[in-house]
Design a protein around this ligand. Structure first.
Ligand SMILES: [Mg+2]
Length: 369
């Protein structure tokens, strides 16, 4: 155990991984995913963090953030986070810089836990042994057979009792297809499991309310970004007229964003993405903002990146078991533990840090920077 080690080095590498099929939601489509992987070294240990976003985040880490963190006390993650945040002021602290800071922050937390020979969740204050997840995919680019394959596998084979699909296809111009797909999804999963929808901000306010009413027989429990998450009064208005929980927050890059969203009464459940919001350091403060307003927090995408922080968040609702990131994280890390029946992702206690080791051999064909 080493509690006085300086950070020796921080490095980032960038990978671009093709999707297994074209993916699209209401407002964007994609055929590959870019992952920026950070490694922080101290006293012979390595902490690993990552984010999904622009390759430029990798350059920002190697050219700017690495020098700020190197030489600092590996125990003082909050101090490193603060130093990186201040240094990014004139670069544009939000967006790409926030993703870069997030990835370094996770690498530093993982490093600290490994130096102390502790599971990361235990270091953060673990309150549960496993974390509820919901299957997330149901892309608008999928045909009926692809939707059925994915949802039947999650619900009927893996026992995950919650699934989410994308709607508002083509910025809300395919309402009939949205409604037909929602009905089909309910038929595939049966009456018990929870059905969630995500419009990615593709509807107008009244359109979102009308779609929710038209889908009432399908018992939709979660309506994510029915309108743009920048339209806080709009989210509030939709929230007042639908029975599903309205959720948003995945584009939050700093703490004031979440405070504004909560203060506007915009959501029934707050979302945050640890790979964007400022890593584990800021995730914990976002959770506190939610808790102070009697809200739960749900983790956006990157399930294995969120696992330990989620296990240490008392007001956690669940994590997003996002198809694309599940596939990538399972492929590129050793130490992945699959979900248990009931849709619970266990936190293995037998390895320090987040327990994952990045597989350079598996990742090298995808390296672009
Ligand atoms: Mg979403």
């Amino acid at each position: 155990m080493r509690a006085d080690a300086p950070v020796d080095a921080v490095t980032a590498a960038v990978y671009q991984i093709p999707t297994d099929a074209p993916e699209a939601d209401g407002t964007i489509s994609w055929t590959s995913t870019t992952m920026i992987v950070v490694r922080a070294h101290a006293d012979g240990r390595i902490g690993t963090g990552w984010t999904y976003g622009a390759a430029a985040a990798g350059s920002l880490i190697n050219d700017k953030l690495a020098a700020i963190v190197t030489g600092r006390d590996a125990m003082d993650v909050m101090g490193s986070y603060d130093a990186m945040s201040r240094a990014a002021r004139n670069l544009g602290r939000l967006g790409i810089a926030a993703c870069a800071i997030s990835a370094v922050d996770v690498a530093l937390w993982d490093l600290k836990a490994r130096l102390l020979d502790l599971r990361l969740a235990r270091l953060l204050g673990q309150v549960r042994d496993g974390v509820p997840i919901y299957g997330s995919g149901g892309f608008t680019s999928y045909d009926d057979a692809q939707l059925e394959d994915q949802f039947a596998r999650w619900v009927h084979e893996q026992g995950i009792p919650r699934v989410k699909m994308k709607i508002a296809e083509s910025w809300g111009r395919r309402e009939d297809r949205d409604l037909a797909r929602i009905a089909r999804a309910r038929k595939i999963i049966g009456p018990g499991p929870e059905l969630y929808v995500d419009a990615n901000g593709g509807y107008t306010r009244k359109q979102a309310v009308r779609v929710a009413e038209a889908a009432a027989a399908c018992d939709v429990r979660w309506f994510e970004e029915p309108v743009s998450s920048d339209d806080l009064p709009g989210l509030h208005e939709v929230r007042a007229h639908v029975t599903a929980d309205v959720a948003a927050g995945e584009y939050g890059y700093d703490l004031p964003y979440f405070a504004r969203m909560v203060q506007a009464g915009a959501v029934d459940c707050l979302q945050a993405d640890l790979s964007r919001c400022g890593g584990i350091t800021e995730w914990q403060r976002v959770a506190a903002v939610a808790a102070a307003n009697n809200l739960q927090l749900s983790g956006h995408c990157a399930p294995y990146l969120h696992l330990d922080a989620a296990a240490a968040t008392p007001n956690l609702r669940h994590l997003e078991w996002f198809h694309d990131h599940v596939r990538i994280e399972s492929m590129l890390f050793d130490g992945i533990t699959p979900p248990a029946p009931g849709g619970i992702l266990p936190v293995p206690g037998d390895r320090p840090g987040h327990g994952l080791a990045f597989r350079d051999d598996a990742a090298s064909p995808y390296r672009i920077g």
